[in-house]
Ligand binder design. Sequence first.
Ligand SMILES: [Zn+2]
Length: 161
Amino acid sequence: MKVSRLKHRFVEAFPEKMEEGMLYVALEYDTMSHMCACGCGNEVVTPLSPKDWKFSYDGKTVSVDPSVGSWSLACQSHYVIRNGNILWADKWDEKRIKAGRERDLAVKRGSAVPPTSAVPADTKPVTQRTEPPAVKRVDAKSAKPTSSFWSAVLAFFMGRK
Ligand SMILES: [Zn+2]
């Protein structure tokens, strides 16, 4: 059953059988887990880390950032969890999924990535420019290694050595 709201439960370990519409938060393992909100019956595990997901708790409801995109599931569900509400986002095509994965990799490599916007409508992947800044190549010929050789020879004949 497709759910529109997610309750939350702080747990020490995930139960064998998770309830639909329930976000389990296991702080002990820095991981959250829930049944896919589309009702497909798959578990969606969202690790908590500065490079994965984070959640905020206002004492009543939980919000999760960034959006949850289950590209590996058949349903390809994509939604934002905001104050316990499931806000459905558009499905991504292959190109966007790839861009999103590349962005994730960039984050894991520690490249600077603009923070994900908190506005649910703006779940577009941020295309990360990974090219290094233009480096001026030094032409080997222009390095003139002979000059120091000749100045050494000159110094030799000048009797300064
Ligand atoms: Zn699903």
